[in-house]
Design a protein around this ligand. Structure first.
Ligand code: FAD
Length: 431
């Protein structure tokens, strides 16, 4: 760390915080990373990326792309390499593994999935030694009185740290967001979307035996009334990842916890109207399962992602439901744009004013796309579950609308996003 250079505190070591830290340090900026947990960690579930995310990784650092390539799993069949998902009617009575594909969404790279923990491990190796502090749970932030002073960060353990700028990457329950908006602001907390998901991992040999090779080894989504059920390969094709969504009007029991224990029996009851393939997949799951409540920030989107020399990135700024499989990818886009801004020579030369300007530009440039994603993801969840008014179970309409929405995400060109942001620097610095 160069002691003469300003210090950027990144709070939260998830996908956003770790990749942003890599992007900033690769550009020669000083970063201190604070994580509330005792070590970096992710759950053992799958996460899928589209082409926009992979392009953004490359801008963060080519090392990120290289590390991603060591853990990525694509559809296993050669003819499915460009397929995102094959969609079928989950309520149909076709025998196991024989259901008809209604429509396919595809892009130039297909679906690229990783086991979350493996992905984070690969990224963490790229974080320079000595800049991460664990067991540091952000409690509050104190803004400086003048541009010459530092921002004070207060942690739950009673310690404090000073930084020239603070970037909250502290996820859907972000303390940074709550501090920016005020604890009692409705946007300070995420909202339950009345969807929840069972998640499971099935060894690939068992999945192939039950479903056949094509179905087990390639991404597939079963659409149904008030539920949808998807599978895709992870861990180099050794494991089949399962995510099964259900919509119910009941409230989520405990707003402070996003998961709750459940069972395979409950999954059978929730998906009883689905056909033989879905029943077979549930049979293969473990007897005890966790249910994930699906929350987002869609009811109260932030008016700005910045406040002075503090900024929020990733889920902290715009947590989305996962129906586009794009939340993490958009976090990586955020990291690329913000790193390019903070590394720009004009921003660096402007010192503390540079941070304020960069965060303002980041907010202005990222709000539209990221907040559109949150709403579009909600809409997609409803399309998959025949809940979209005027569309219902018209598969042709579902397919056409999903295609248009997905292409808006996948076609996102990170170079253009960075270029647009950088073109605002001169004006922002004159304000
Ligand atoms: P997080 O992953 O939540 O990381 C936040 C980090 O900050 C954590 O390490 C946490 O410990 C730390 N932290 C929190 N509070 C504090 C504090 N006060 N002080 C210090 N540290 C703190 N996206 C996709 O692109 N594709 C998918 O297929 C996909 N599937 C999904 C499936 C489900 C069921 C869900 C719920 C989400 C899915 N997403 C997917 C979305 C994706 O998981 C998130 O967008 C992404 O993980 C957000 O990363 P993040 O780093 O911003 O936040």
């Amino acid at each position: 760390m160069n002691p003469t250079q300003p210090v950027i505190a990144v709070v939260g070591g998830g996908i956003s915080g770790v990749i942003l830290t890599i992007a900033l340090t690769r550009r020669g900026l000083n970063v201190q990373l604070y994580e509330q947990a005792a070590k970096f960690g992710e759950i053992g579930a799958g996460v899928a990326f589209g082409p926009n995310a992979v392009r953004a990784m490359g801008v963060c650092s080519p090392d990120v792309t290289r590390a991603f390539e060591t853990v990525v799993t694509r559809n296993q069949s050669p003819e499915k390499q460009q397929v995102w998902f094959d969609f079928c009617d989950g309520f149909s009575d076709y025998p196991v593994g024989e259901e008809k594909v209604l429509f396919t969404l595809a892009n130039e790279m297909g679906v690229m999935s990783v086991h979350r923990a493996n992905f984070l491990d690969a990224m963490v190796k790229l974080v320079p030694d000595g800049i991460t502090q664990f067991n540091k749970r952000l409690e509050s932030i104190e803004e400086p009185d003048s541009l010459n002073d530092k921002v004070k960060i207060k942690f739950q353990d009673g310690t404090e740290a000073l930084a020239d700028a603070v970037i909250g990457c502290d996820g859907i329950k972000s303390r940074t967001r709550a501090w920016m908006l005020g604890q009692n602001h409705p946007g300070a907390k995420p909202v339950y979307t009345h969807k929840y998901a069972y998640r499971g991992l099935i060894p690939m040999e068992k999945a192939i035996e039950a479903l056949g090779e094509q179905n087990a080894k390639n991404a597939k989504m079963h659409l149904g009334r008030d539920g949808h059920f998807l599978t895709f390969p992870v861990q180099g094709g050794k494991t089949m990842n399962v995510v099964a969504f259900r919509t119910k009007s009941d409230p989520w029991p405990d707003q402070s916890r996003m998961t709750k224990p459940s069972t395979k029996e409950a999954a059978f009851a929730d998906f009883k109207d689905f056909g033989p393939t879905v029943q077979k997949i549930i049979e293969l799951l473990e007897p005890n399962l966790d249910i994930w409540g699906i929350f987002d920030t869609g009811d109260h989107p932030m008016a700005a992602y910045n406040k002075g020399r503090v900024c929020v990135v990733g889920d902290a700024a715009h947590a989305t439901s996962p129906h586009h499989g794009a939340g993490a990818g958009i976090c990586i886009e955020d990291s690329a744009v913000l790193a390019e801004l903070l590394a720009s020579p004009e921003i660096r030369a402007a010192g503390m004013r540079g941070f304020e300007a960069a965060f303002q530009i980041f907010s202005d440039c990222r709000k539209e796309r990221t907040q559109w994603l949150v709403q579009s993801s909600r809409r997609s969840g409803d399309l998959y579950e025949w809940r979209a008014k005027g569309v219902e179970d018209d598969f042709e309409k579902i397919g056409a609308e999903c295609k248009e929405r997905c292409e808006k995400i996948w076609d996102g060109q990170i170079e253009d996003m960075c270029h647009d942001a950088l073109s605002c620097v001169a004006t922002a610095l004159q304000r």
